[in-house]
Design a protein around this ligand. Structure first.
Ligand code: DX5
Ligand code: ZN
Length: 220
């Protein structure tokens, strides 16, 4: 079985030392770099944009998992492909023509992800799940790092797991927000394939060890 992947979110990195923090992830047991793109419209916050992603991509050696918290993401699909995104995740709530958006992402050579907000039920993905490479279950309201994990996510995770297996699909499940050593093993046991961790990793005294601690829990 594939290991449960750890994807540190660079939103919590020290932007004054971005190269150092990207290289820390390169040299750790993490599997992906998670990049949070916020536009100040879909979510209240603005994070960072294309020039910063370009700089990250120049130093990153692991797959770039790009999470778009933006309205009308279709406008930038080829731009993110050119910047080096490997997985491009759009929000269900931001895509009136989700099927078309996912096809565009795949045609641009990337894996296609769909994120759903805490209030969005998993069954809205029933008719599209075969076309989705990754579902990102938001376990906090998107927009900020450092928030508390919403416990109902575990119920949604189990529902999504059965929706995926009933459809006989290979869709990965990613959990994003408030993840740390307190809930990582429960999430892995319930079927999570990818765990995003921002503050838990970057606010710890030793980020490499924090990543190792998550790995030990989920990939014993
Ligand atoms: C929230 C972002 C998350 C966030 C995770 O809008 O999508 O990726 O950075 O940060 P923590 O782990 O601090 O909740
Ligand atoms: Zn994210």
């Amino acid at each position: 079985m594939d290991p449960v992947k750890i994807a540190p979110s660079l939103l919590a990195a020290d932007f004054g030392n971005l190269q150092r923090d990207v290289e820390m992830v390169n040299n750790s047991g993490a599997h992906w770099h998670h990049l949070d793109i916020m536009d100040g419209l879909f979510v209240p916050n603005i994070s960072y944009g294309m020039p910063v992603i370009k700089a990250i991509a120049q130093h990153a050696t692991k797959p770039l998992d790009v999470h778009l918290m933006i309205v009308d993401p279709d406008r930038y699909i080829t731009t993110f492909a050119d910047l080096g995104a490997d997985i491009l995740t759009v929000h269900y709530e931001a895509c009136p023509h989700l099927h078309r958006t996912l096809q565009k992402i795949k045609n641009a050579g990337m894996k296609a992800g769909v994120a759903i907000n805490p209030h969005t039920p998993v069954n809205v993905l029933e008719s599209i799940i075969q076309d989705v490479d990754l579902v990102c279950l938001m376990s906090v309201n998107p927009g900020y790092g450092g928030q508390k994990f919403i416990p109902h996510t575990l119920v949604k995770l189990r529902q999504l797991k059965s929706l995926i297996s009933e459809a006989n699909s290979k869709t990965l499940i990613e959990i994003d927000g408030g993840v740390g050593t307190g809930n990582a093993s429960e999430l892995a046991k319930a079927g999570a394939d990818v765990l995003v961790a921002g503050s838990f990793v970057f606010r710890s005294d030793n980020p490499v060890e924090a990543i190792a601690a998550l790995n030990t829990l989920v990939n014993p």
